[in-house]
Design a protein around this ligand. Structure first.
Ligand code: MLT
Length: 406
C-alpha cells in the first residue's frame, strides 16, 4: 500500500485562514441574519482600477485573434512586465536589478512557500515570531522543521526570532547559525516596518555568514515613512545574499487575479552556483507562467494612470488603517502597525487569548479579526485587524469593537 508523506502529517491543525473561514461560516450558518464584517484575512475589497480593467479587456481581445493570440508565456514572464517592474520598482530607487533576475509568478504566497525547495533540507530556517504561517508550514512539509514542542510552542529545528513591543517588533540578529532567514517588512502580521539601517544589519550578517534572506516585500506600497526601505536591494551588497518577493495583491487588488514576482540577483551564488539558475530551472519545470492577460494587467499597474489609480486605493485603505488605529488607541488598547502597513496589531483587553477575543468579537460585535496565536507563540494575547474593508464597514466595525471592550 502507498504510504503518505510523513512530513505533512506533522502539520498542526488547518491553515490559519481556512480555520477562521470555517469558524465564521459555522457562525453564519447558525445566525443567518448576522451582519458580519471581515477584518480578518488580508483580502482587498476595492474593484480593480480602470486602467487595469482596460488592459484586461485589451488582452482578452488579443486572445480572440490568430495574429495576436498567445499560448504559453515565457518561463520567467513577459519582457514587457519584467521591464516595467525593473524601471518602476528598482531603477527609480537606485537598485540595479536586471529583467532577467525577475521571475513572474501567480503571487507571493506560492513563491514564499516554494522558494525553500532550492535549498538543502539540513539548512537552519529562521523566522520571526509572530510570522506569516506559510513560511513555517512549507518548511514543515519539506521536512526541515523537526518536531513540534507543545510546551515551548515551537518547532525543534526552526529558529524563531521573537518580535514584540520590547524590541519594536524588529528581530535581533541570532547568536546561533541560521541559513535561510525569512523577513517580511512592512511586517505581516504586526504591521511594523524596519528602517534601512536595521535591515542593513541583516544584510551584513547574511553576507558574513553565507546565509540567504528571503525578503517578503508584499506590503511595500503601504510605506509612508522616509527611512523605511521599499526594497532590500536599497541596502549595500544585498544582491549577494537576498531574494525578494513581491505581490500585486495588496498594492493593486490582484488577490483574485493572482500575480507576483520573485527577484534573485545573478550575484547571489552559493557553492559556486547562481541561485537564480536553480530557481529558473525549478520555475521552467513546475510552472507555465502567469496568464498573458494577467501579465498585461500587471503592466498597466506601472502606467502613469495605473500608478495614480492604485495610489488612490492604497491611500483609501490607509485612511481605514489610521481610523482603526486611532480609535482603538482612544479606547485604551495598545495598538501597533497601521502607519506603513494595512495591518493593525493590538494587545487584547485584559490579556485575553487571541482566540477568545476572536470568539467574543464574532459573537458580540459580528466582526472578524485574526488571533495573534495563529501567527506564533509571540502572538499570544494579540490580535490582527486589516484595513482592507471599505470605509463604512471599517467605521461600523470599530464602533462595534469599542462597544464590546468598553
Ligand atoms: C493575510 O491575511 O495574512 C494575507 O492575506 C495572506 C496572504 O496574503 O496570503
Amino acid at each position: 500500500m502507498i504510504s503518505l508523506n510523513q512530513e505533512y502529517l506533522k502539520l498542526r491543525g488547518s491553515y490559519l485562514f481556512s480555520e477562521i473561514a470555517k469558524r465564521v461560516s459555522a457562525y453564519q450558518a447558525e445566525h443567518p441574519d448576522s451582519d458580519v464584517i471581515r477584518l480578518g484575512i488580508g483580502d482587498v475589497t476595492q474593484p480593480l482600477a480602470p486602467s487595469i480593467i482596460k488592459a484586461l479587456h485589451g488582452a482578452v481581445d488579443e486572445m480572440s485573434k490568430a495574429e495576436t493570440f498567445r499560448g504559453y508565456a515565457p518561463d520567467g514572464g513577459y519582457d514587457f512586465l519584467r521591464e516595467a517592474i525593473v524601471r518602476e520598482d528598482y531603477r527609480k530607487r537606485g537598485c540595479n536589478i536586471d529583467p532577467s533576475e525577475i521571475f513572474i509568478s501567480d503571487g507571493a504566497k506560492s513563491d514564499s512557500g516554494s522558494i525553500q525547495e532550492i535549498f538543502a533540507r539540513d539548512n537552519v530556517v529562521a523566522v520571526c515570531d509572530p510570522v506569516y504561517p506559510v513560511y513555517v508550514d512549507t518548511n514543515v512539509m519539506a521536512g526541515r522543521a523537526g518536531h513540534y514542542d507543545e510546551t515551548a510552542g515551537k518547532w525543534s529545528n526552526i529558529l524563531t526570532l521573537p518580535c514584540n513591543s520590547d524590541n519594536g517588533f524588529i528581530p535581533e540578529i541570532p547568536k546561533v547559525k541560521a541559513d535561510l532567514i525569512y523577513l517580511c517588512f512592512p511586517n505581516n502580521p504586526t504591521g511594523e516596518a524596519i528602517t534601512k539601517s536595521e535591515l542593513q544589519k541583516w544584510v551584513d550578517y547574511a553576507n558574513m555568514t553565507g546565509a540567504v534572506i528571503i525578503y517578503d516585500g508584499a506590503y511595500e506600497a503601504y510605506i509612508t515613512e522616509e527611512d523605511v526601505p521599499h526594497s532590500i536591494y536599497e541596502c549595500k551588497d544585498a544582491e549577494n545574499c537576498a531574494i525578494e518577493l513581491r505581490s500585486f495583491s495588496k498594492n493593486a487588488g490582484f488577490t483574485g487575479l493572482r500575480l507576483g514576482y520573485t527577484v534573485i540577483p545573478r550575484a547571489l551564488a552559493r557553492e559556486g552556483v547562481a541561485v537564480r539558475d536553480l530557481w529558473a530551472r525549478r520555475h521552467g519545470t513546475k510552472y507555465n507562467g502567469a496568464p498573458y492577460i494577467v501579465q498585461r494587467a500587471g503592466e498597466a499597474v506601472y502606467s502613469p494612470e495605473g500608478m495614480k489609480e492604485v495610489r488612490e486605493q492604497i491611500d483609501y485603505y490607509m485612511r481605514n488603517a489610521s481610523y482603526i488605529s486611532n480609535s482603538l488607541k482612544k479606547a485604551g488598547l495598545s495598538v501597533y502597525g497601521g502607519v506603513n502597513s494595512p495591518y493593525i496589531w493590538l494587545r487584547t483587553p485584559n490579556n485575553m487569548s487571541g482566540w477568545n477575543f476572536f470568539d467574543l468579537l464574532l459573537k458580540e460585535a459580528n466582526v472578524v479579526g485574526t488571533p495573534g496565536e495563529g501567527f506564533g507563540k509571540c502572538g499570544a494575547n494579540c490580535f490582527r485587524l486589516t484595513a482592507f474593508n471599505n470605509y463604512e464597514n471599517t467605521v461600523k466595525a470599530v464602533e462595534r469593537i469599542t462597544k464590546v471592550i468598553m
